[in-house]
Design a protein around this ligand. Structure first.
Ligand code: GLU
Length: 447
């Protein structure tokens, strides 16, 4: 690795030794842009690189809320405002017990390059809380969201910072958060948050966008090598928003979905998930907030407790759950089973050694900052509609989403080094995002 890149990462490790996920995300980007920087000394500037890894601002705050037993609970809330060189801060909120500064800094750092790739003027941020929505009543979730917004509202706005959902934050939470923002601000500013319901400023297709966008992206990857999705076997991890809509689109395209998973383990459907099964799983996850294990039992299907899907033989693997859910041993199993393509629906689901192993064995690999960018891209389209005071038809949003995913694919090709006839999507995506943000920072005096 170039000494300047090495030096920046060494400093990070010294300064914040416990932020492992953040170090991992920076290392992944540095590894991917290293060769490009060797040939482009304009970007080999210590101050520029240091600015890229240092958030512009971090807000940490107390979130007190009253549970159903009348007890006051306290959680920790965060907003990492990472980079506004190309647009206002933009990125989701995550509610999960694992949320800490390392996780949110890694997510905000990833968001910088992802948002640049969308072709839209979006800066980067990420936020959330170490609140566990599992087992909480609707009223508890509402009180929590309102209390969180009581602090967050003063730091966000339609032209400064625009949150959205992520793990643990879906339509219900966005509704409660937006409602409280509107009340506190005494202004209807719909563009302050995205992922809203259609009745109050949401965009058609936003719910489907991350999963559909992922499938549009892999369709481009396959088309590039003269192949297609029809008849492919696909393992998906996760069963939340991204996994559900990736599965839906795959069924539309004639592929066979073999698995979904949750924190309890993996559902295996040997003959392929049907549309009817998927609809009841959506209901289970989005409304009843139930477990896949019970569902598998009720439907007489195989469930591998506490296991990931990666031992199942498949043509395509789509990790759509969370960070570091596909590690070296999982990559080896996929390679042994002749998996052809791995594309990330989640953020940083593959560990760095897993990525290296996949690429070494010519498995096509797409990093999340390219392949899952359809979600935030459609958030950008929601912001545009809010500015216009208008709603576009689903076909129009979907066509624009497809066009953006095609453009991201084309940008990956532009910046992929021409070696061994295969496309290096990791290099392509990271360099394309890096160049856009770095150019803007240089032009503005590094900020
Ligand atoms: N949380 C999503 C992501 O990881 C969406 C962010 C957004 O729409 O702002 O990109």
């Amino acid at each position: 690795m170039l000494p300047v890149l090495q030096s920046v990462i060494n400093d990070l490790r010294k300064r914040d030794p416990m932020q492992y996920e953040f170090h991992q995300a920076v290392e992944e980007v540095w590894h991917a842009v290293n060769t490009f920087l060797e040939h482009n000394p304009r970007y080999c500037d210590q101050s520029l690189l240091e600015s890229l890894v240092e958030p512009e601002r971090i807000i940490i705050f107390r979130i007190p809320w009253v549970d159903d037993n009348g007890r006051l609970q306290v959680n920790r809330g965060y907003r990492v405002q990472m980079n506004s060189a190309i647009g206002p801060y933009k990125g989701g909120l995550r509610f999960h017990p694992s949320v800490n500064l390392s996780v949110l800094k890694f997510l905000a750092f990833e968001q910088t390059f992802k948002n640049a790739l969308t072709t839209l003027p979006l800066g980067s941020a990420k936020g959330g809380a170490d609140f566990d929505p599992k087992g909480k009543s609707d009223n508890e979730v509402r009180r929590f969201c309102q209390s969180m917004m009581n602090e967050l509202y003063r730091h966000i706005g339609p032209t400064t910072d625009i949150p959205a959902g992520d793990i643990g934050v879906g339509a219900r939470e966005i509704g409660y958060l937006y409602g409280q923002y509107r009340r506190l601000n005494n202004l209807v500013e719909q563009g302050v948050i995205t992922g809203k319901g259609l009745a109050y400023g949401g965009s058609r297709m936003r719910t489907e966008a991350t999963g559909y966008g992922l499938i549009y992206f892999i369709a481009e990857m396959l088309a590039h090598i003269g192949d297609g999705l029809k008849g492919k076997t696909v393992c998906i991890s996760g069963s939340g928003n991204v996994a559900q809509y990736a599965a839906e689109k795959l069924l539309n395209e004639g592929a066979k979905v073999l698995s979904l998973s949750d924190s309890g383990g993996t559902l295996y459907v040997k003959d392929g998930l049907t549309r009817e099964m998927l609809e009841t799983i959506k209901q289970l996850k989005n409304e009843e907030r139930g477990r896949l294990e019970q569902w598998a039992e009720q439907h007489n299907l195989t469930f591998y407790s506490d296991q990931r899907p990666w031992q199942i033989a498949c043509d395509i693997a789509l990790p759509c759950a969370t960070q570091n859910e596909l590690e070296l041993d999982d990559a080896k199993a996929l390679i042994t089973n002749d998996c052809q393509l791995v594309a990330e629906g989640a953020n940083m689901p593959c560990s760095n050694d897993a990525i290296i192993a996949l690429q070494k064995h010519q498995v096509l690999y797409a990093p999340g900052k390219a392949s899952n960018a359809g979600g935030v891209a459609t958030s950008g389209l929601e912001m545009t509609q809010n500015r216009q005071g208008y709603f576009w038809p689903a076909e129009q949003v979907d066509a624009k989403l497809r066009e953006i995913m095609q453009q991201i694919h084309a940008d990956c090709l532009t910046y992929s080094p021409a070696i061994k006839g295969t496309v290096d999507y990791q290099c392509g995506a990271n360099v394309a995002g890096f160049v856009k943000v770095a150019d803007a920072m240089i032009a503005q005096g590094y900020l």
